[in-house]
Structure formats: C-alpha cells, structure tokens
Design a protein around this ligand. Structure first.
Ligand code: FE2
Length: 210
C-alpha cells in the first residue's frame, strides 16, 4: 500500500502482529482470554475479506487481537485502562480508538460509561462480533463435538433466543451492534458463525503451540 494511502487511512507505524501478540500476552495469562483474543482476531480478518477490506486484513486482525487487553487485570476499568497499556506498547491512536469503541455505551464496573463511538466500519464490526463470539463459543462447548464447525445457524438462533443460555452475553449489545452496521441480526449470526468455523482449527493449533 502506498504511504500516502496509509497516511490517509491513519495506519502508518502499525505495530506488527508479533509485537501485538507479545503485548497481549504481557497483560493476559488466562488461556480463555488468549483464545478469545485469537478468535476475535480471526473473525475480524474474515470480515475484512468479506467486506472488501482485504488489504487491511492484518490491521483489522490486530485490533481484534488487542481489543480486550485490559480486561484480565483491570475488569472494572475495561476500555478505560486500555489506552495506557496500548500507548506504552507503541500502539497508534487509531487502533486505541478502535479498541475503546468496542465498549461504547457500556457502563463498566467502576461506574463509568464508555463514550468512544465506533465510527469506521471496522470498529462497528468489532463491536457487533465481539460479544457474539462469546455466545457462539459457549454454544459450541455444549455440543458433543465441542466445535463450531458442525453448528447450524438454526441451532445458534435457538440458543440466542434462549434467555437462560450464556446470559452474560448481552443480546442488547449484539443487537445494537447489528443496528450500527445496518445489518439484520440473522446476517450477523450467520457470518460470525462462518468466520469462527473457518478459523477454529488454526486457533486450536496456535493455542497448543502456546
Ligand atoms: Fe472481547
């Protein structure tokens, strides 16, 4: 990509994927959190391809990888502590904005409501898909295969509608995410399930490799 184009898009001096993964692991030791970060990274890359941003795939992935960087150590200051950790790690402001915007409108444990609005399509995709990946993974773990690869949209929709299932995954946030994108909820469910099924084997391998 030409430098001018990069400058226009505000992605100059992007942290490498390796640096981003090291930074994530500096603040996250729990394998559940690492797996979630890898999942959201893969889902973001899948969406970049799907939505015509293939040349920004790596960039979308890094945002996904880093989005919950502050959650393990600072759950009550989720999205508030992230700028400090990311800045220290040399992450650019555009990525910091994207990371913080995935908490838009959410009141975190310390009582503050995140006011960073998702503006770019990439940010709206992160907002919509993040919470949903948690629900889809919880649904996968209920299956004999413990996998998303043989999960049908019909069965995901059933789980989604069941209020008692994965109650911690906010349907309100997921639906707000779909609205922000101007998508039907079913479209979001279908695409995110496809993205997770396509990347599951690679993520499992990466988790085993440590
Ligand atoms: Fe997340």
């Amino acid at each position: 990509m030409l430098l001018e184009k990069k400058k226009r898009k505000g992605i100059v001096k992007m942290i490498s994927r390796e640096e981003a993964f090291d930074l994530l692991k500096k603040y996250n030791k729990d394998s559940f959190h690492i797996q979630h970060a890898l999942t959201v990274e893969a889902v973001m890359k899948w969406y970049a391809n799907e939505l015509g941003y293939a040349d920004e795939k790596e960039y979308w992935g890094i945002v996904g990888l880093l989005h919950d960087i502050d959650f393990e150590l600072y759950p009550d200051e989720h999205c508030l502590k992230a700028p400090e950790l990311l800045k220290e790690g040399g992450v650019s402001d555009d990525i910091i904005h994207a990371v913080c915007s995935h908490g838009y409108g959410i009141t975190v444990g310390c009582g503050e409501t995140i006011d960073v609005e998702p503006i770019r399509e990439m940010e709206k995709v992160l907002f919509a898909a993040d919470e949903l990946t948690g629900l889809i993974w919880a649904a996968a773990l209920m299956r004999p295969s413990k996998s998303t690869k043989d999960m049908e949209l019909k069965s995901l929709k059933k789980k989604y509608k069941s209020k008692g299932f994965a109650a911690g995954c906010s349907r309100e946030v997921i639906e707000r995410g779909a609205n922000q994108l101007g998508w039907e909820l079913n479209d979001l469910l279908d695409k995110t399930l496809q993205a997770m099924a396509a990347s599951e084997d690679t993520i499992n391998k990466e988790m085993l490799a440590g």
